[in-house]
Design a protein around this ligand. Structure first.
Ligand SMILES: *Cc1c(COP(=O)(O)O)cnc(C)c1O
Length: 401
């Protein structure tokens, strides 16, 4: 099937670099698990036969000890606007959130509050609940419009002399709303607090300038728009100026100043290595190289343009063809606030999602009534989006009969 928007899409050629499958008619969940690149098949095979199979333990010296930092630098350079020496790949987002939030609140002693919004991703909220209990801190909750997100005004109202840390997502996982990172970070700094940004739904698709925006700390996952594969480790960014004063709580040998000194006491490494704990998940980092190469080749500005075109297409198509069936758009309409997924809302969408999956059209469902259409610009075609939306329309019409 062809679509006129694919014919004029300058990035259309990239879609064929991903593994195709006749068990998928429309993949609309690249914001949850990115598709694998064909190049990754060969890279994984080469890893097993050469890096692991032939070089064996020598690979630790030859590349693996440096890999968390080298790959972190590459993510920073290609997607985050971060100069070298400020990113590392490790753990999961959940664990990195724990480590960095603990480090951040400990770096602001005497301040008793952590600010977060109620619609933030569950793991972010759950981790904060635990840390607040552990450290005797209070959570200050920001309430947001569920179809929108956190605004600078809401943050300005929530922070004050007691705030130790503000934790927010750049792109809201439900609505796709993009927060104003630079402005909100500045407001947080004026109160004397630190700011942590969760970039899970932005890395690789919504450009950031972490250095230029004076961001303190950021974390994000690599299996969404970075296509690292299920369970691929997360990344963290800590601004150079902050690294010496942050001490994370899971101090293991891989974060020590001299890993093989087998020292009596823990002395943290300088720089980003101090945020490592145990042996890095090397195997799970392998596929990331391929997507970073492709993102660099395509260029983030072009990726962002296609993302906006795809999300605009979903919103326009829904307005024209689904609104009569009771569907509303639960995502921002303004370009500057629109991330790379669109949430459509309808009370029947849980049931509709199941029927879509049975027919190999794969978006996801988010409680209470959201059909999330994830649009990964390098792998998603306009044709498959249209095919998916047409099926949504047909199923809703059938259910209404
Ligand atoms: C996907 C996502 C996570 C995932 O955390 P894991 O530890 O990888 O399971 C966390 N936060 C946000 C905002 C996410 O979108």
């Amino acid at each position: 099937m062809t679509h006129h928007l694919d014919a004029t899409d300058p990035l259309a050629g990239f879609t064929s670099r991903f593994i195709q499958s006749n068990e998928v008619r429309a993949y609309l969940d690249g914001n949850s698990l990115g598709r694998p690149l064909t190049a990754t098949l060969e890279r994984l095979a080469g890893f097993v036969s050469h890096d692991w199979g032939s070089r064996l333990i020598r690979s630790w010296d030859e590349q693996w000890m440096q890999l968390p930092l080298a790959l972190g630098d590459r993510i920073g350079h290609v997607t985050l606007g971060a100069a070298a020496g400020q990113c590392v790949v490790a753990d999961s987002t959940t664990v990195l959130l724990y480590k960095l939030i603990r480090a951040a609140v400990d770096a602001r002693p005497g301040r008793t509050e952590i600010v977060i919004d109620r619609d933030n991703f569950p793991t972010d909220r759950f981790i904060l609940e635990g840390i607040a209990a552990e450290r005797g801190l209070t959570l200050r909750w920001i309430d947001t419009d569920p179809d929108g997100g956190v605004t600078p005004e809401l943050v300005a109202d929530a922070v004050g002399p007691d705030t130790a840390l503000v934790v927010l997502s750049q792109v809201a996982y439900r609505s796709g709303f993009i927060a104003e990172v630079e402005q909100i970070t500045a407001i947080t700094h004026e109160s004397g607090a630190l700011m942590l940004w969760d970039l899970c739904h932005s890395a690789g698709v919504v450009p950031t300038e972490l250095d230029a925006w004076n961001v303190d700390i950021a974390v994000g996952c690599s299996y969404k728009y970075l296509n690292g594969g299920p369970g691929a480790p997360a990344f963290a960014y800590v601004a150079s100026r902050l690294q010496p004063e942050l001490h994370q709580p899971i101090q293991g040998w891989m974060g020590a100043a001299d890993v093989f000194a087998m020292a009596d006491e823990f002395v943290p490494a300088d720089g980003m290595r101090r945020f490592l704990s145990g042996t890095p998940p090397v195997l799970a980092m392998v596929p990331l190289h391929d997507m970073l190469n492709v993102i660099e080749e395509a260029g983030l500005p072009g990726i962002r343009s296609k993302s906006l075109a795809l999300t605009a297409f979903v919103i326009e198509w829904s307005d024209a063809n689904l609104s009569g069936l009771g569907v509303t758009v639960g995502s921002p309409r303004a370009d500057e606030h629109r991330g790379s997924h669109v949430t459509l809302r309808h009370p029947a969408f849980r049931e509709v999602t199941e029927l879509l999956w049975r027919r190999d059209v794969i978006p996801d469902f988010r409680f209470p009534d959201g059909l999330r259409i994830g649009l990964s610009p390098l792998s998603t075609t306009f044709a498959e989006v249209q095919l998916g939306l047409e099926l949504v329309r047909d199923i809703l019409a059938e259910l209404a009969e």
